[in-house]
Design a binder for this molecule. Structure first.
Ligand code: UN1
Length: 511
């Protein structure tokens, strides 16, 4: 099933302008010389001006000045700004959602869901603003108190990707601001209007609270701007989301200057489907994670490792759903699969499909391009399902497109080993009604990923948990739980109220 009409450029440009203006973006900012394309029809909807090197340096200098003021604001008062930001996001959920759809190509429900994720993390951060707890430890010396305090860290640089153009920034920013850190954001060059709109709302919340504008800044550009932030000694923490390739260039540059980095890189997420799995639920869980967002989440399911006794039946059911997935204009009601970002995403899918066939795979559903006549510059691809004889080299690579490999297994230990055999370690799931299997999969001997789910797909995590993964995924954790600690520095304090000077470890040093 395919929706046939794709909106024209004028319509999309007008929608983008109206939505951005409603959030407080000045239209002059949308008429720069670097064109911004909508994946919906592949044509420009405006343009932006990239920040120059000196502009980025100036942003860092202003953020450092803002830090001196912001770190003195009590955390609950910083939380009040985020509370207001959350209200503004709620008011403008539809506007921001429209921009997410137009720039990232997400279907309306997922675009609104992304903004909901922002609102949720604001709620979380407001609560956190009264819970930046440190521990008190017992001292080994009489009349001494040992404790730790958490202080604001400094300037945080956020580099985000096109596929979650605003939510990932908000996980970082809501938490960083509450922790007392100003943020400089380099959004993806593919989604700058969504970024400017979200940023305008946060600026409004800061201004209403009487706080300096420079607590939140945006710099626009591509690779070199990100590299400048990574190399800048004035940026204390660089939180970067994107490909493993990007992480390999950013990580060492930050480490070289002893900066902190928080990396959220590639995923190659699998579901293990066992003989006892509820297949109806499993199929729904797989399809959302594999074909949702047109396969362009870092948590997208890219591998199904199914027991040999269920693999044929499962594949048959998946083929049936894949063939009738409503594909088309992401802003039209009923669409479930929108476009790929651009031509290069589409060729990456072609390359992977060719490789998979060379390595013994069989394409069993989808893979074709649709709506080419209606929108020759857009890339609508029917999600592809490929049966593989095993986990060949192409299955070890992340292809950022809707391509799901199905691989058989014979025993559960082998399934866990296959799950863990890839270089990435973001998300994983097991579909089973056998409690021992579920426990084993979530145990130390189970999945080696940062996210390990039972009877639910690999994508769509809630903000309350810490988000991130191991190995080539980069090791960082963002959003909920105690991820806030990455945005603060810990000081250990020993306070002596004894009037004596006993030394630790019983050392004598009488003078
Ligand atoms: C990403 O794709 O970079 O768990 C983030 C999920 C979303 C976040 C994905 N909450 O799929």
């Amino acid at each position: 099933m395919t929706t046939s009409s794709i909106p024209g450029s004028e319509t999309l440009t007008r929608r983008a302008r109206t939505a951005a203006e409603a959030c407080g973006v000045e239209t002059t900012l949308m008429a720069g010389d670097h064109p911004v394309h909508s994946p919906v029809n592949g044509l420009p909807i405006g343009g932006v001006t990239f920040s120059s090197g000196p502009m980025v340096d100036d942003s860092v200098a202003r953020a450092r000045t803002a830090f001196v003021a912001w770190r003195r604001v009590p955390a609950p008062a910083r939380g009040a700004v985020i509370k207001r930001f959350g209200q503004l996001l709620t008011e403008h959920q539809a506007d921001l959602g429209t921009l997410v759809s137009l720039e990232a190509g997400k279907i309306t429900s997922e675009a609104l869901g992304e903004v909901q994720e922002m609102i949720d993390v604001c709620d979380f951060a407001v609560g956190l603003s009264r819970q930046l707890y440190g521990r008190t430890m017992v001292s080994e010396r009489p009349g001494h108190r040992l404790m730790e305090t958490w202080h604001p860290l400094g300037v945080v640089g956020v580099i985000s990707a096109f596929n979650f153009p605003v939510a990932v920034w908000s996980w970082n920013t809501a938490v960083a601001l509450v922790c007392g850190d100003p943020v400089i954001w380099k959004p993806s060059e593919k989604t700058p209007f969504t970024a400017l709109a979200a940023h305008a709302l946060l600026r409004r919340a800061l201004r209403e609270g009487g706080h300096p504008d420079d607590v939140s800044q945006v710099v626009l550009g591509d690779g070199p701007v990100g590299e400048q932030l990574a190399a800048h000694p004035g940026v204390d923490l660089v939180s970067a989301t994107g490909s493993t390739r990007m992480g390999r260039s950013v990580g060492p540059v930050v480490a070289q200057r002893f900066g902190r980095s928080l990396l959220e890189l590639g995923g190659n997420n699998a579901a293990v489907v066992t003989p006892s799995a509820d297949l109806d639920l499993t199929v729904r869980g797989i399809v959302f994670s594999a074909a949702g967002t047109a396969g362009q989440r870092c948590t997208t399911m890219r591998r199904v490792i199914a027991h040999r006794s269920v693999v044929d039946e499962l594949t048959k059911r998946l083929v049936d759903v894949y063939e009738r997935l409503p594909l088309g204009d992401p802003t039209a009601e009923g669409t479930l699969v929108g476009p790929l970002l651009d031509a290069s995403s589409s060729s990456a899918l072609d390359r992977a499909l060719r490789e998979a066939e060379h390595q013994g795979g069989t394409l069993v559903a989808g893979g074709g391009r649709e709506l080419e006549n209606e929108a020759p510059d857009a890339y609508y691809r029917r999600p592809a399902l490929v049966r593989m004889p095993g986990q060949t080299p192409i299955v070890h690579a992340e292809t950022f497109a809707p391509l799901l490999y199905v691989i058989p297994y014979d025993d559960f230990t082998e399934a866990i080993a296959l799950n863990n055999a890839v270089p990435q370690g973001l998300s994983s799931s097991v579909f089973t009604r056998d409690q021992a299997e579920a426990e084993l999969f979530t145990s130390a001997e189970g999945s080696d990923c940062g996210i390990v789910n039972v009877n639910i797909g690999t994508s769509g995590a809630e903000i309350g948990g810490a988000f991130g993964g191991e190995k080539e995924t980069g090791g960082g954790r963002e959003s909920g739980s105690d991820a806030w600690r990455a945005y603060m520095r810990r000081a250990t304090n020993t306070v002596n109220y004894s009037g004596e000077l006993p030394l630790a470890q019983g050392v004598n040093f009488d003078v």
